[in-house]
Design a protein around this ligand. Sequence first.
Ligand code: HPA
Length: 276
Amino acid sequence: MNLIYEKLLKCRDIVRSKTDFVPKVALVLGSGLGGYADEIDVKATVNYSEIEGFPVSTVPGHQGRFVFGNVGDVPVVVMQGRVHYYEGYPMTDVVLPIRLMGLLGAKVLFLTNACGGVNPSFAAGDFMLIKDSILFNVPNPLIGENIEELGTRFPDMSEIYKKDLREQIKSAAQAIGVKMQEGVYMQFTGPSFETPADIRFSATAGADVVGMSTACEAIAANHMGLKVCGISCVSNLAAGISKTPLTHDEVQEMADKSAPQFKALVTESIKRIGQL
Ligand code: HPA
């Protein structure tokens, strides 16, 4: 059997030995949303460190556990903390948690992140509904022997972020009075922030925001047939647009400030998506 798939099944068996909870929506929490677990009627938690072979995040502000429970009446699994490619894990490990949540039963993947704003009409603190993404200079997570049990060798990616999910998120934002931008997320490797020239390049390439996660996760999820959606929180204006040097503290601070609205938006969105 494919070694990556074998590892995935082992991780699934470990989680299944701890909980039989079957989620419908898998939610990945980005910077600032770490406290989202407060919104959940928690049924079980599993620390990443309890799962042999599971990649554990080294970034301050990123916790490491799965939270299983209900948001309204929608069963969810939440990743409190994700790993990034820049931490040095192979790309297949970076997307392992996403695939695992799919194997645990999730049908929808809801991605969130903090990002740098490239589109000149965006401001720090804005939210952006992701309508498409660019994986730049980051290896495609599907490179290597195809895992036939998950999906096909050459999967279509013409609508990763599903329109019906986007419509639900838009109506959720409207219902709670949160303004939302819409655009394209471009993933760089990090960990350095981009240069001003990188950012001019990303704008020319069609990006509205830049970040260090999400696009690779969305590809792996779409490959295995999960419906994907995502919201970015613009924690800062990107390099060269921002008047000041970028720091992780600034990203964290703005993400924390946006957290109450972000939480409300995610909760309202999940309640609607859960009815689809
Ligand atoms: N660039 C890349 N990733 C980020 C940024 C940024 O400006 N802000 C938050 N995550």
